[in-house]
Design a protein around this ligand. Structure first.
Ligand SMILES: [Zn+2]
Length: 173
């Protein structure tokens, strides 16, 4: 393949995605929050890339995926710490995470699934002020393509395609 930089490879995605997250939203400086903005953006659509939305939690395609089908599950309410979750939010968050894994399984038939949370910027969270769980499919031997080599990371599928696949695979109810 030709030598494309990481910036070039992802530029289109940034344009395509809601990840018109402002610098302030990423830093949380002025109280702006890209996840709250997405949460308020209404029903799931290819525009907001929300895959599923409930009263308490929702799932959205990750703007900066490690792999195709990389979903973020989070509470609708703006909170950063696990102990801020109400019991209802806690149960719902896990429930949606479990369903997301089921949908990823059905849509991608991966060899495995990673799920987890980065709590705090030091742990790798890009948006630490709004708690979110990562759920993503993994394949045997995918380490190489997931690793940035010479600044290039190949993403096989546009976010909108992943959104479509997961929407179709998301269990009803
Ligand atoms: Zn928020």
């Amino acid at each position: 393949m030709s030598e494309l930089s990481l910036e070039q490879l992802w530029a289109g995605w940034r344009h395509e995605y809601v990840s018109s997250a402002t610098a302030a939203e990423r830093s949380g400086e002025d109280g702006g929050c890209v996840f709250c903005r997405i949460a308020a953006s209404g029903a799931p659509s290819v525009d907001n890339l929300v895959v599923w939305r409930g009263e308490v939690s929702f799932a959205v395609m990750n703007a900066y995926p490690y792999a195709s089908g990389h979903v973020l599950v989070m509470p609708v309410r703006h909170l950063g710490a696990l102990d801020e979750l109400t019991p209802e939010e806690s149960v719902d968050l896990w429930d949606v995470t479990r369903v997301a894994a089921t949908a990823i399984d059905a849509a991608y038939d991966p060899d495995g699934i990673n799920m987890g949370a980065n709590l705090g910027r030091a742990a790798g969270a890009g948006i630490p002020q709004h708690l979110h769980l990562h759920v993503l499919p993994r394949w045997s031997g995918d380490t190489n393509f997931m690793t940035s080599v010479a600044g290039v990371r190949v993403m096989p599928e546009p976010l909108t395609v992943g959104w479509q696949r997961l929407r179709e695979a998301w269990p009803p109810g």
